[in-house]
Design a protein around this ligand. Structure first.
Ligand code: GDP
Ligand code: CO
Length: 378
């Protein structure tokens, strides 16, 4: 695999946000060529990628998605990666969690892969987390609903697997080949990182939509456009000059090295993605006093995919909720300059932010693995 090195970066405190790199070649044969001496791109052999896959856990948050789509997503995740499917699928009118389990069991029995399937609202999951992250539980004693919450559950499970990194892949991706590319990029990012505190984010080459019968290849999705803009305005304020470097403000597809994942304060619901940029700037941006020690260098590597991003279109209302939660996460931050907070203020409740899990005790994995649909709230 060949990926161009980022041409430039913006720096805020210890955080370097790199301009998006591009894919030159998805799959490279074993040998380097003469051009590699120019060193304008990273070369990753199949062996390097495969060993990185083995040290990666891929978390797939899923809520009421089609079975065939989940089957495609699983098929696209390179062999070697462990997979954790964190579900919030509703049991009515059909038992979607049970249907997911059938797809997963079939995949596992044919491939011998390691896939853990848990339900976010399972009492067994709540019991496994109540010592380590009680903040995740709600009044009913179960893990709260929400995509960011599912990501935190998955990341803490990945830590128990001793993975070097945790990646996130949405379950509603229609193109298994794109999923395969995203995870290859995750592994490439982790295999070539310069700081153990590294995050890799996927920048979609395009996000096609069907519009009056024809395919329109939009550069960015509707919610992403706003999130990138607001994040870039915050960043510009501190840089003292305009920047548009952030193109992955809403990237559900991203990878985090485990040392960084353990220190991040995850944001719940759909604040999850913008929350990561905000938390990096709060903790390591040198803007407000840090809560712990600051690593010398934290890298955000953005990579533009060569596949288009086709996912389930969930409609205007859903996009509006997502957009507002992502934006509220930014405007609520103490580092958000007042003029930006004022310009983008929304009415939605600000998503919860969770403490870092690095210092928290291990979750009870054995108990989790025995779980199943268990006591899923019905
Ligand atoms: P978008 O792709 O950013 O428009 O957001 P989606 O609504 O498609 O959500 C991204 C992924 O998270 C999809 O795979 C959803 O099924 C999943 N998802 C959304 N909300 C939840 C949730 O509350 N819990 C879990 N476990 N997954 C969720
Ligand atoms: Co989606």
């Amino acid at each position: 695999m060949r990926i161009t090195f980022p041409a430039s970066h913006e720096r805020i405190g210890a955080v370097r946000i790199h301009e998006a790199g591009r894919i030159i070649e998805l799959d490279s044969a074993g040998d380097r060529c003469e051009a590699d001496a120019r060193a304008d791109h990273a070369f990753l052999s199949s062996e390097v990628l495969e060993s990185a896959h083995r040290r990666l856990t891929v978390v797939v948050p899923i809520k009421n998605e089609r079975r065939s789509t989940l089957r495609g997503v699983l098929a696209g995740i390179p062999g070697g990666c462990r997979v954790v499917v964190v579900s919030a699928s509703e049991p009515q009118p059909i038992d979607r969690f049970g249907l997911e389990r059938e797809v997963i069991d079939d995949f596992v029995s044919r491939t011998g892969r390691h896939v853990l399937h848990v339900h976010q609202r399972d009492a067994i999951v709540a019991a496994a987390f109540e010592q380590s992250m009680p903040e995740l539980l709600d009044g009913a004693g179960l893990v709260k609903w929400g995509k960011g919450e599912a990501m935190l559950v998955g990341a803490m499970i990945a830590r128990e697997f001793d993975s070097d990194a945790v990646g996130f892949i949405d379950a509603d991706n229609y193109v298994p080949g794109a999923v395969n590319e995203y995870v290859r990029i995750f592994s490439a990012t982790i295999a070539s990182m310069k700081s153990e505190y590294t995050m890799g984010r996927i920048s979609w080459q395009s996000k096609p939509k069907v519009d009056e019968g024809s395919l329109v290849f939009n550069r960015w999705g509707r919610s992403t456009t706003v999130s990138n803009q607001v994040l870039n305005e915050v960043l510009s304020h501190y840089l003292g000059e305009g920047t548009r470097i952030i193109t992955t403000g809403n990237a559900g597809e991203h990878v985090v090295s485990m040392p960084l994942a353990g220190r991040l304060r995850f944001t719940g619901s759909f604040g999850a993605e913008t929350g990561q940029f905000i938390d990096l700037m709060e903790q390591y941006g040198g803007i407000i006093p840090p809560i712990g020690d600051v690593p010398e260098r934290v890298d955000v590597i953005q990579t533009e995919t060569i596949n288009p991003h086709f996912h389930e279109d969930k409609g205007e209302e859903h996009v509006a909720i997502m957009r507002d939660q992502s934006v509220a996460t930014i405007t609520d931050s103490p580092i958000c300059p007042p003029h930006v907070a004022e310009a983008y203020r929304t009415e939605v409740p600000v998503p919860d932010r969770y403490p870092a899990f690095e210092a928290r005790p291990a979750i009870d994995l054995e108990r989790l693995e025995k779980g199943g649909a268990g006591d899923v709230e019905r």
